[in-house]
Design a protein around this ligand. Structure first.
Ligand code: ARG
Length: 458
């Protein structure tokens, strides 16, 4: 008979057991469920709500189950529905009568809320650690490439020269924000819901603070309805995961482009590329493509839970059981993506000469040429027009700005002098951009140093 079978005159259809059972996926929370129950039973004993002797038996029994879970010795039962009832059933089988006192002053509604919060906290911490590793990889590449000139783009058209270090530090900022978002999600999850009961708290004198303390929560939930009906913390994790995947996907897209024969900015390591079954010459950036592709999956998970939550009246409804598969999938996809991405990034070879060559084509120093004329006294708008005419002339002649002689330049404006040639070199263009946040090597060094400190202060 089901744990809740007292009022039923017949058992559930096999079909229904199969449909509503969640054990196939919530067994992942066995550790959290058992640890939560140990804290609950400990508190019940301390408060004299159940005999201390029974509390001790429950705690011992649960510890034994936890050992067996870790050893992979437990076979979960579909007809026991979910992880909560599986553990309770197993406990009573093992320790007898005392096991039946575990669920005093508790509902599966606050129990599952506790379990997912604990799981979510661990997921946030683990994700943060992985982001730290990625941030470290970015700092290393940046430090090695302070002077590696490359073209910066807008509209995927060459725009102005930057450095590879500067480009990497843009991603550093993005992933640093991600890290903060996971920290925020952690704080949202770090509130202890046990004591909310089914929806209306409980008549037993539970010591909720004590349970929070035993489980390492910073606070307890403040409304019993919200305590069982809230999954915002999962949405926080999943939106952080979606944004983080979006960042990974953009980065992958760049690596894919840079790895093409058209760009040739990077060479992917053989260990992170795959071949073609028909075209012998191929080396494809499948890993980067798959991360880009899996981003959609994490958005889908977020959308799924947002949609589940949008129409359900307070407090708990079974719809909410749908939270777990979406959350686990988002977590798994992100963890795999981050792990493989960081390893791939560390293995990429940057082709510095190609990047530099790329920077010197496409008139990336045109803005600097206008700025040069401004230095010589022209208003910027006039300088812009002069350089536009120069570019048009160069396009006709198939030349770069610096291929022109001083005489030719002077034909477009008399303000040009010999010093223009030094002023418009790629390195000079980058070095002149020396305000905070700009690509001059010493400015990027400052942002690398600040980034290192942010990582170490952690
Ligand atoms: N398996 C359920 C879930 O994941 C546990 C809570 C069930 N509560 C209930 N009243 N049916 O949400």
């Amino acid at each position: 008979m089901k744990l809740w079978g007292g009022r039923f005159s017949k058992s559930t259809e096999g079909l229904v057991d199969d449909f509503h059972s969640s054990i196939s996926f919530d067994q992942r929370m066995a550790e959290q469920d058992i640890t939560g129950s140990i804290a609950h039973a400990t508190m019940l004993g301390e408060q004299g709500i159940i005999p201390q002797e029974d509390a001790d038996k429950i705690v011992d029994g649960l510890k034994g189950i936890l050992d067996d879970v870790r050893a992979g010795k437990i076979v979960w039962q579909v007809d026991a529905e979910d992880i909560h009832m599986n553990v309770e059933t197993l406990l009573t089988q093992r320790i007898g009568e005392a096991g039946k006192r575990l669920h005093t002053g508790r509902s599966r509604n606050d129990q599952v809320a506790l379990d997912v919060r604990m799981y979510c906290k661990a997921a946030c911490q683990e994700t943060e650690a992985m982001l730290d590793d990625l941030l470290d990889a970015l700092l290393t590449i940046a430090q090695d490439n302070l002077h590696t000139i490359m073209p910066g783009y807008t509209h995927l058209q060459k725009a102005q020269p930057i450095t590879l270090a500067h480009h990497m530090m843009a991603y550093f900022q993005m992933f640093l924000r991600d890290r903060n978002r996971f920290r925020q999600a952690y704080r949202a999850a770090d509130v202890m819901p046990l004591g909310s009961g089914a929806l209306a708290g409980t008549t037993y004198p539970l010591n909720r603070e004590r349970v929070a303390e035993l489980l390492g929560f910073s606070a307890i939930t403040m409304n019993s309805l919200d305590g069982v009906a809230d999954r915002d913390f999962l949405l926080d994790y999943m939106s952080a995961a979606s944004i983080c995947m979006m960042h990974l996907s953009r980065f992958c897209e760049e690596l894919i482009l840079w790895n093409t024969n058209e760009f040739r900015f990077v060479e992917m390591d053989d260990g992170f590329a795959t071949g073609s079954s028909i075209m012998p010459q191929k080396k494809n950036p499948d890993v980067a493509e798959l991360i880009r592709g899996k981003t959609g999956r994490v958005y889908g998970d977020l959308m799924a839970l947002l949609t589940v939550m949008k129409g359900i009246p307070l407090a708990y409804n079974k719809d909410m059981q749908e939270d777990k598969e979406a959350f686990f999938d988002a977590r798994d996809t992100l963890v795999k993506g981050l792990t493989v991405f960081t390893a791939m990034l560390r293995s990429v070879t940057f082709r510095r000469e190609e990047m530099e060559r790329g920077a010197s084509g496409g008139f990336t120093n045109a803005t600097d040429c206008a700025d040069y004329l401004v230095k010589k006294g022209l208003p910027f708008r006039d300088a812009h027009r002069v350089v536009g005419e120069l570019v048009a002339h160069c396009l006709d002649e198939d030349k770069a700005l610096l291929d022109l002689t001083l005489d030719e330049l002077k034909r477009f404006h008399p303000a040009f002098e010999q010093d223009v040639f030094d002023d418009l070199s790629m390195l000079a263009c980058v070095e002149k951009r020396r305000i905070p946040g700009a690509p001059a090597p010493d400015m990027v060094q400052a942002s690398i140093d600040a980034g290192r400190r942010a990582l170490e202060e952690n």
